[in-house]
Structure formats: C-alpha cells, structure tokens
Design a protein around this ligand. Structure first.
Ligand code: SF4
Length: 257
C-alpha cells in the first residue's frame, strides 16, 4: 500500500481567498453533485436539499442502484474481494487488471474545511473527530487512484456508467484539486474518467494538474459555488431537467413547470 500523508496543505491561507460566504443553516457543505443540482435548477436544489421535501411520486432509483452496485463491484475487485473482473467492467478488463496490480486506493470519501485542508473521515464518511463535523466545507468521493513510488505523481480515476456528459471535465478538475490538497507530496495529477460501457477513457485537457494550479483552481471553485450559498430566491430554471424532476407539476410536485 502506498504510504499516505494527511497533512493539511499549509500554503493555503485564508487571505488568499474570498471571505467565507454566508451559509444557510441547512446548506453548510457542498459536493460536485450538489453544485450540479444547483446549477441545473436552484428551485429544485431548494426543494431537495434545503426544504428536504419528499416527492409525491416514488422516485425511479434504478440508475442510482445500478451506479452503487457498479462502484461496489469495482471496489470489491480492486480490494481483491473478487478475483474476476466484474461483468460491469467486461469491456475494459485489461485496464482493470492493470489497475489492480498498481495497488490503488479506491472508494474513498474525502472532506475539506473552508480553507481546503483535509479533514479525516472514517470508512463510512463520518468525521473521525466529532468536533470536525461542522468544519466540513466540501465533500468528494474518489473512485480510484494510483501513486508513483515517491508519491509525487497520481493518476485519479472516476468510473462512469453511461455516456460522456458536458460537466464531466469539471468533475475531473475538482478531483485533481482534491488530490493536490490532500496529498502534499503529489506534484502532478492526471485526472481521468473511465466509461466502462463505452470502452472510453476521458483525459482532462489540462492534465497534468500541478501544485502551481492549486490557487487558480480554488479561486474558480470558490466563484462557482458562491451562488449556492448566497442565493435567496432559488428561482425555477425550467428546461430539459424538468422531465426527470420529482417536484414538477406532472409528478404532482409544487413547481408550476
Ligand atoms: S420542474 Fe423544472 S423548473 Fe421546476 S423545480 Fe423541477 S427542474 Fe426546476
């Protein structure tokens, strides 16, 4: 197993970044999926994540259940609880076999505080120290990563079912930032997504991300997520996502669209 370091990234100082944004009591931390949810429709975000409104009709959980099983399969194989490549990865068996030989870390939950310093979590994603619970600013989940012998280079991998989507490069960018903030010895991160149904690997255009990119990436994400915490209107944003929205009028929800 690669030796891992959990030291905070000491160069990050509060004065480098915008002042902490006001946080509503019920939105204290964010993740890529929360931000995506907000950008798709602020009103849906509010119903789901602030009001915690139960949809009137049962939500179709098939895709979610499949995704969970898919990641479980990958974890079981890479942690050697399964000896054969799982059927869900049957189109990329050689890549999975090679990855396993490189002793990857996999299915890890990560959290960072307001200054992007790592907060230790246990395997269930809870803070090891209860006092840290309210310090979490951003959460991330890492599917797999391998490190060079000296821990200076990392390849971080996001496993994907389905097709390449327009927001995936942003997710890979955040993944690279997470690695750089969590592992102070890593100088280069190659952030990629493996689409096992498509036999496709997406390499981020900016690979490799380096320590020089940290400030720029943090500033970008600070700006991107700011609206999530300062928005008081949570306006409806009708569009293609309404089709799947459990709060739509068609599904008996409170939204007029
Ligand atoms: S139906 Fe559309 S506009 Fe209304 S909350 Fe859902 S996504 Fe937003």
């Amino acid at each position: 197993m690669v030796a891992r370091q959990l030291m905070p990234y000491e160069n990050i100082k509060p004065e480098h970044y915008p002042a902490p944004v006001p946080q509503e009591a019920s939105v204290r931390a964010w993740s890529f999926s929360a931000w995506k949810n907000y950008t798709e429709c602020p009103q849906r975000f509010k119903y789901e994540r602030i009001n915690k409104l139960q949809p009137k009709q049962p939500v179709d959980r098939k895709a979610l259940v499949r995704g969970e099983q898919y990641h479980k399969d990958a974890e079981n194989y890479l942690k050697d609880r399964l000896h054969e490549v799982p059927p869900s990865f049957k189109l990329i068996p050689e890549k999975m076999q090679k990855l396993k030989t490189l002793d990857p870390i996999c299915e890890e939950m990560w959290a960072f505080d307001r200054w992007w310093r790592p907060i230790p979590l246990n395997e269930r994603g809870f803070t090891e120290d209860f006092a840290d619970k309210d310090k979490i600013w951003v959460r991330m989940k890492l599917d797999a990563a391998v490190f060079s012998k000296e821990n200076t280079l990392c390849v971080a991998i996001d496993f994907k079912t389905g097709d390449l989507k327009e927001d995936h490069p942003l997710q890979l960018e955040l993944q690279a930032l997470g690695v750089l903030c969590k592992y102070p010895t890593v100088n280069e991160v190659y952030s990629e997504a493996w689409y096992s149904d498509q036999r496709l690997v997406l390499q981020h255009d900016d690979n490799p991300f380096t320590r020089k990119d940290i400030d720029k990436l943090i500033m970008k994400w600070e700006q991107r997520v700011k609206a999530m915490f300062t928005d008081t209107r949570h306006a409806a944003k009708p569009g293609r996502y309404c089709t799947w929205c459990p709060y739509s009028r068609a599904k008996g929800g409170p939204c007029k669209f």
